[in-house]
Design a protein. Structure first.
Length: 84
């Protein structure tokens, strides 16, 4: 980045964190936010644990998440994920 772009980014954001560039950057950001705010269970210690926690929640609550009229059903996810 050139200095003007870098300075404008730093002027807009209070903090910028460097996270691994392994395709999980969004999970690292969410993990850090939840951890800083004490919103993670003790069993969730890494971004991978967070991904597993989200997946397990989705599997456990699949019927409610994909119920007729739900957010995910309205977006068409039910058409793709229907496996009943």
């Amino acid at each position: 980045l050139n200095n003007a772009v870098r300075n404008s980014v730093y002027a807009y954001f209070a903090n910028i964190y460097d996270v691994p560039a392994d395709g999980n950057c969004g999970y690292y950001v969410v993990f850090d936010f939840l951890a800083e705010n004490g919103m993670l269970p003790d069993s969730c210690r890494t971004a991978t644990d967070l991904r597993r926690l989200i997946r397990d929640f989705a599997v456990e609550h699949k019927k409610q998440l994909l119920a007729h009229g739900s957010y995910f059903a309205r977006l068409g996810y039910w058409n793709v994920a229907h496996d009943d």
